[in-house]
Design a protein around this ligand. Structure first.
Ligand SMILES: NC(=O)c1ccc[n+]([C@@H]2O[C@H](COP(=O)([O-])OP(=O)(O)OC[C@H]3O[C@@H](n4cnc5c(N)ncnc54)[C@H](OP(=O)(O)O)[C@@H]3O)[C@@H](O)[C@H]2O)c1
Length: 298
């Protein structure tokens, strides 16, 4: 006869009920986890309480309510403001901090947690609230592997693609910022493109087929190409495709045309300055990726 092992779902606390915190708490409730919540503005818990969450009246009560505490506040400063006054409540708990910040903030918080005998994982959510709870949703985690593995089933309730990055508590936010800087760079370029087009009354919709073609056939293949990744690793900037000299001139055309059309192009000037310096140093026939030499930590 098969005996079914009945494991009680882990009780969990969510601190911070902004757009993201509400989505995290909802996912836990949906997964059948007893869920306690706390937020500075208590009214944001109303919908969750209606779905079965317990509302703690203080942060201390919220932490004391569950063995695992998920933090999702606006900043690390806010997190420390709320948690640092607590002493005994934190000891022996597992803290999973999904608040955005910098790698150093995460590393310092891991030291802070260890001093209080708190088991600590840092994480970074690579999704919007509407994607929380889906199997493909990516969330990075860093800290003790044993701790991550012990809680992976619970963390997968928030996003099935729970990616463990190693012992370094700063790694999730380093990866997060790497992906975000790619996002902001490309979105700014996209908006600059439309500033150009607006000077001739060309609508974003009319341009869409060309933007789509360009992204899919030129940009995406070039930055997702394993050979390019290897070339950066090896610092090998040989090219027979498009060299630094050509790209420096391309940047000059954009900057000059922006001036003629009276739209800003300040964001490209530092990039142009690096390319111009490298061309002056004799690297004009190298790939544009040589710019990385001026950006990377030496
Ligand atoms: N939204 C997203 O798409 C997304 C995606 C990835 C990561 N994240 C990260 O998730 C975290 C939360 O984002 P969010 O979108 O939920 O932000 P949000 O909607 O602006 O919520 C901010 C949260 O921080 C709390 N808070 C702010 N200042 C506070 C203070 N001085 N004392 C106590 N609580 C304070 C707010 O409480 P009140 O309700 O009382 O103001 C609220 O719970 C951020 O670190 C964000 O970068 C968000």
């Amino acid at each position: 006869m098969n005996k079914k092992i009945n494991q009680e779902p882990t009780a969990v606390t969510v601190i911070g009920l902004g757009n993201m915190g509400v989505a995290l708490a909802e996912a836990f409730l949906k997964g059948g986890h007893p869920t306690t919540v706390w937020n500075r503005s208590a009214n944001k818990a109303d919908g969750l309480v209606a779905k079965g969450a317990a509302l703690a009246s203080t942060v201390a009560d919220a932490v004391a309510a569950s063995p695992v505490v998920i933090i999702c506040l606006s900043t690390y400063e806010v997190m420390h403001e709320q948690l640092s006054p607590l002493t005994d409540e934190l000891s022996g708990r597992v803290l999973v901090n999904l608040t955005s910040g910098t790698p150093d903030q995460a590393r310092n918080t891991a030291i802070w947690a260890a001093e209080r005998e708190v088991e600590y994982l840092d994480g970074a959510i690579m999704a919007v609230p509407q994607l929380i709870g889906l199997p493909e949703t990516l969330i990075f985690y860093g800290g003790s592997k044993t701790l991550f593995e012990a809680h992976a089933p619970l963390l997968r309730v928030l996003g099935g693609n729970a990616a463990y990055l190693g012992d370094d508590h700063g790694a999730p936010l380093l990866y997060d910022l790497a992906l975000l800087t790619m996002l902001y760079g490309s979105v700014y370029g996209y908006l600059h493109a439309h500033a150009f087009l607006s000077t001739a009354n060309i609508s974003p919709t009319a341009f869409l087929p060309f933007a789509t073609n360009w992204v899919n056939h030129v940009i995406a293949p070039s930055i997702t190409n394993p050979d390019s990744a290897r070339a950066l690793e090896e610092r090998n900037y040989a090219t027979d495709v498009s060299n630094l000299n050509t790209n420096k001139l391309g940047l000059e055309h954009i900057i000059r045309a922006s001036k003629e059309l009276d739209i800003p192009a300040e964001w490209l000037k530092p990039l142009h300055a690096i390319a111009a310096q490298q061309v002056a140093e004799g690297y004009g026939n190298d790939a544009f990726e040589r710019v990385f030499e001026a950006l990377r930590k030496s």
